[in-house]
Design a binder for this molecule. Structure first.
Ligand code: HC1
Ligand code: SF4
Length: 573
């Protein structure tokens, strides 16, 4: 510990901490823009400048370490003037269309301008850089007229081991984009959306598909069926001011019904089906000398990463479609047939914590009924936008249940949204099926938690099953290179593209740096899912009665011919 003074008051703070961290502990939030803890700590934007007694000039609090006897001043006229000037300079090249900006209300630049009392946003008006736009991909849009060059997106993409964006040109003409100014769709972006969540302004936003959904709902000839991913319920409430980690499943269902969806289903049902197929596939590979480790395939950003960077390992991927796609496929086949609905009249919509799902729905071999399994995928943020547009008072909505049939699911499916959840769900089923029992202990706690890499060995049917769980593509990359070199001997590997899993997906509500840098958002959201699992009577996928109805219709057990036709897919090498 070291003793320092902040604004004349004495504090004992952790040695090695930065001024920013020490001040925060003392209840003083120093403003930042480029800072994103553990992702982008470059001291570049100069928003966090503070005075330090004896220093020749102001210093950047986000990178400047404390030392014994240091005296810091965070709120002097010199500091205030510097912060204002920085903001006014940023505004001089910013498009400032706050009223129509998707990030209005959550924009960190807007908040700081308010907090710092900026009264003339045009003080340094003059030339502005080109402000290029990139609308080339299915999942995001870049509008550099709103970019403040903080490089948080660049760092987030590097953290994902993809690194397809960076600074082009120099000085006044600096812009963030891809090498040689190629559109994003030309490079090997994996569509994870982590760059969007890192962006403090409206420069990066998800491709908005809400109007397509509204048009479908308003079309009297269409039956619009929605499914919601496990992780959405654990985060949607944040958009309406609820604490991080509030499970809003019931209100979400009520909102979807009031928005006009004809049926409200749960992707969790698809997740139960995924477990049936994936556990069967695993058992089959073990018994018949198939490719091991089997690697989970439900995270489309991860699948794309594997196809781009580890094509030799695509054979290890489970051939199972993701829960989103399985649910979509069954809506247009089994459910349509059961209800006597013409599948071509169905518009299948998914609400996902993920923007890569917008890409996944367009993949080849994802059309069981000869029609796309899912027609439109929107993110948690887009659903929130639809709820706001309809002026629904979210907090006052009642709690409602999903519609029957594909609204029935187990706790195993709910935990899919957190890193380790898919593997835990698969183990619950594999252990019971292989041992022919109904194990009372369903919790595999060693593979829970938000760490990027976890491993364990479990005894299943007399066999030592070695498992690994990774989330975040940097961690995935490390593990994959070991597997490729034959240096890892796992039987099952779960990979989730986003750090912490889907709860931290690129389509989830965006928390500002001041929150996400100091709160484990992933852990809080994951807890909401584990709590729901614990409260459920059914906690194993193979105990879902509707799953069995489905297999009866398919005319065989998990892994049967029809299941392969409807629920499995292929990859590009
Ligand atoms: Fe996920 Fe999945 S867990 S991929 O993260 O397997 O997006 O939530 O829906 O499909 O179930 C996402 C979440 C989601 C699928 C499931
Ligand atoms: Fe990089 Fe993911 Fe953004 Fe693509 S979506 S640019 S991979 S961070």
């Amino acid at each position: 510990m070291v003793n320092i003074k902040i604004n004349g008051m004495s504090y004992e703070v952790a040695a090695g901490s930065t001024i920013l961290e020490a001040a925060r502990e003392a209840g003083i939030d120093i403003p930042t823009l480029c800072f994103l803890k553990d992702i982008n700590q470059i001291g570049a934007c100069r928003m966090c400048m503070v005075e330090v007694k004896g220093a020749r000039s102001l210093v950047a609090a986000c990178v400047y370490p404390v030392n014994e006897g240091m005296e810091v001043f965070t709120n002097t006229p010199k500091v205030q003037k510097s912060r204002k000037m920085t903001l006014e300079m940023l505004l001089s090249v910013h498009d400032k269309k706050c009223l129509s900006c998707k990030r209005s209300g959550t924009c960190e630049l807007q908040k700081l301008c308010n907090d710092m009392g900026i009264s003339d946003e045009n003080r340094f008006e003059g030339a502005v850089p080109a402000g290029k736009k990139d609308y080339s991909t299915l999942h995001l849009e870049r509008d550099n007229a709103k970019c403040i060059l903080c490089r948080r997106c660049v760092a987030a993409c590097q953290q994902q081991h993809v690194a397809v964006i960076g600074a082009n040109n120099r000085g006044f003409d600096t812009e963030i984009g891809c090498a040689f100014e190629q559109p994003l769709s030309y490079v090997s972006c994996v569509s994870c959306g982590q760059c969007i969540n890192a962006c403090p302004t409206g420069a990066l936003t998800e491709k908005d598909c809400t109007q397509d959904v509204i048009d479908a709902i308003n079309d009297p000839d269409k039956i619009v069926i929605v499914q919601t991913a496990p992780a959405v319920r654990a985060a949607l409430g944040e958009e309406f001011g609820m604490p991080i980690g509030t499970n809003v499943e019931g209100k979400m269902v009520a909102a979807l019904r009031r928005l006009g969806f004809d049926k409200v289903f749960d992707t969790d049902f698809g997740a139960d089906m995924t477990i049936m197929e994936e556990a069967t596939e695993f058992i089959d590979r073990v018994k018949n000398g198939g490719k091991l480790p089997i690697i989970t395939s439900c995270s489309p950003g991860w699948v794309k990463f594997c196809e781009h960077y580890y094509p030799n390992l695509t054979e290890n991927l489970s051939s199972c479609k993701s829960p989103q796609q399985m649910a979509g496929a069954l809506i247009k086949t089994w459910y349509a047939e059961k209800e006597g609905i013409d599948p071509s009249k169905i518009v299948s919509v998914s609400v996902m914590p993920c923007v890569a799902k917008k890409f996944e729905i367009m993949r080849n071999d994802e059309a069981a009924a000869g029609l796309p399994d899912v027609d439109i995928s929107i993110s948690t943020r887009e659903l929130a936008r639809m709820i706001k547009m309809a002026q629904l008072n979210f907090a006052r909505l009642p709690e409602e249940d999903f519609d029957p049939a594909m609204g029935v699911s187990t706790g195993a499916a709910t935990i899919f949204g957190a890193t380790g959840g898919v593997l835990e769900a698969a183990l619950r089923t594999a252990a019971d099926v292989l041992e022919g029992t109904d194990h009372a202990n369903v919790e595999y706690k060693e593979i829970r938690g938000t760490q990027g890499f976890k491993e364990a060995i479990y005894k299943v049917a007399g066999m030592d099953v070695k498992v690994a769980v990774v989330s975040g593509l940097n961690n995935a990359n490390e593990l994959l290179s070991k597997i490729e070199k034959g240096e890892a001997d796992y039987h099952i590997v779960e990979v989730m593209c986003c750090p912490g899993g889907c709860v931290n997906g690129g389509g989830q509500p965006i928390q500002p740096s001041s929150v996400r840098s100091f709160t484990d958002i992933k852990a809080l959201r994951a807890k909401a899912l584990y709590d729901e699992d614990e409260a459920k009577t059914l906690r194993k996928s193979h105990l879902n009665p509707v799953v069995h109805e489905c297999y009866e219709w398919m005319g065989g057990p998990a892994g049967c011919h029809k299941a392969h036709e409807i629920l499995h897919t292929t990859y590009v090498k």
